[in-house]
Structure formats: C-alpha cells, structure tokens
Design a protein around this ligand. Structure first.
Ligand SMILES: Nc1ncnc2c1ncn2[C@@H]1O[C@H](COP(=O)(O)OP(=O)(O)OP(=O)(O)O)[C@@H](O)[C@H]1O
Ligand SMILES: [Mg+2]
Length: 250
C-alpha cells in the first residue's frame, strides 16, 4: 500500500480539533499518512504514549469501527494495541490506542540495514498465526468474502481469480501484513502488530504473499528468503502468485 512515513521535523500536517483535545498537554506528532488521507498521530511519551488514528469524513471507507472490533478480539491473545477511545464528529472519526513498545520496522535504521527487521517480521507473522485461535475468530478474510466486498473486483472481475488454490493452513490472518505494520524493539526483535482492520480467517498464504511482497517496496529486492526462513516455511510459488494477484485486484 502506498503510504508516507512523515519525517520527524514535519509540522505541516494540521492536527484535527478532536485530536488536540485528546492530547491535552501532551505533545502531538504526526507519524504516518495513508493513501486515502488518514493520518496517525503520536501523543505524549513514556507511560502515557498513545497513538490516534484520524479518518477524515472524505474517506468513509477507512474502517476504524472494524479495526476496534478486531483489536478488542485479538488483544486477548496477541501483541496488538489496546483500544483507549474512539469517536466521530462531522469532520471525521478517530481511534486512540496505547503505544506498543518499540518503533516501526521501516524506521530509517531498518531501511538502511534490513536483515534483523526482515527476520523479525517473519517471526512476528508466525507468532500471530500460531497464537490467534481460528475457532474463536468472528472475522472472515476468505477469498470469497474479499471478492464479494470489493468494488474494484465488481467493476472489472478477473476470471482467473475465481479459481482459488486449496487452503494450505487456515489461520487468523493479519489482513495487511505489510512490514510497516510490524513494530520492533530497539534490539531488532519483534514487538507486535498494528493496523488490524482486515484481520480474519484465511489461508496463511494470503498473509505470506503480501508480507513478502512488501519487503521489496520497503527494503529493496532479495529479502524474501530470509522472511520465509524466519517464518519457517518454503515458498509456494502458485499460492504466492494467486494471493498477490488477489491483493492487486481487490
Ligand atoms: N498503538 C501503537 N503503538 C505503536 N505504534 C503505533 C500504534 N498505532 C500506530 N502506530 C504507528 O503508526 C503507524 C500507522 O498506523 P497504522 O498502520 O495503523 O495506520 P494506517 O493509516 O491504517 O496504515 P496503512 O497506511 O498501512 O493503511 C504504524 O505503522 C506504527 O508505526
Ligand atoms: Mg499501516
């Protein structure tokens, strides 16, 4: 997904009123802007450090309510942000979560020297898949549900995608396992996952195909083998190709 990581010294992003009010006396720093105009702000520091995601009214498809439901469910099992507050007014919607320890896997130091970040991202995805219980999961990210929800697919359906590969292993998938959604501790070990609005049950290859595709966008070519090794799996070219095509089509 096309996104911008905001430089530390950027003060050109306006802070919406509700976020100013939530921050109180704490400092507010924009850290991320997504391709649909949603902005994430970091508020405060130390024990009160938290993150506020802002979805402007002009981007109704940013599903903060769906993310809240998934964070609340997954939080009983996995290292994901704890929901502190949510709200809406006529200008937009917001979601406030407690800060997870560490920082982004695409921080400059990891983009300059990616090996530990690549390995931690593979390990982290494996932990998520091994930890979240499929039988208890109320959310679905199957091929059928993704095609049924996709306006892009409805507008130009690709018949090849109707023929999904058999499921290798059904797990609770992250749903957007691109490396910026992985957080690392300072020593390069995995800290947790953010951005769970698409989480749901699906073949593990739905996540693996995209986690590895995102390595090239963020770190350059040549890192996929390290990621698959860290996850503990051999690449499956057929399922990788299918789930990348599905991602691009939906
Ligand atoms: N609770 C949290 N603890 C630590 N960091 C966080 C937290 N929430 C968000 N972040 C940071 O803010 C960034 C943006 O958050 P998130 O990925 O949820 O936003 P998004 O706009 O939905 O992302 P995308 O562009 O992938 O759609 C994350 O990559 C992470 O670095
Ligand atoms: Mg994200």
């Amino acid at each position: 997904m096309e996104t911008i990581q905001i430089p530390d010294d950027d003060d050109a992003i306006p802070v919406p009123g509700p976020i100013v009010a939530i921050a109180g006396d704490d400092m507010v720093r924009p850290v991320w802007i997504n391709e649909r105009g949603g902005v994430t702000f970091e508020l405060g520091a130390g024990p009160s450090r938290r993150f506020a995601k802002w979805a402007p009214a002009s981007a109704p498809d940013l599903d903060l309510a769906g993310e809240v439901a998934r964070l609340r469910w997954a939080g009983a099992y996995a290292r994901v942000p704890r929901v502190l507050a949510e709200g809406a007014d006529s200008d937009g919607r917001w979601l406030v979560t407690a800060g997870l320890p560490g920082g982004s896997a695409v921080a400059r130091r990891w983009r300059e020297d990616p090996l530990l970040a690549v390995r931690a991202s593979g390990v982290g995805l494996r932990r998520l898949h091994d930890t979240l219980p499929v039988d208890d999961c109320p959310f679905d990210w199957s091929v059928e549900s993704r095609l049924a929800r996709s306006e892009k697919w409805a507008a130009s359906p690709d018949p090849a995608l109707g023929d999904a590969p058999t499921v290798d292993r059904l797990v609770v998938c992250h749903g957007d396992p691109c490396v910026p959604n992985t957080l690392l501790l300072d020593d390069g070990t995995w800290s947790g996952h953010v951005d769970l609005d698409a989480l749901g049950t699906a073949d593990r290859w739905a996540d693996l195909a995209i986690g590895t595709m995102s390595l090239g966008w963020n770190y350059g070519d040549g890192w996929e083998g390290e990621y698959f090794d860290a996850y503990g799996i051999d690449p499956d070219p057929g399922r990788i190709a299918y789930y990348r095509a599905l991602w691009n089509a939906t």
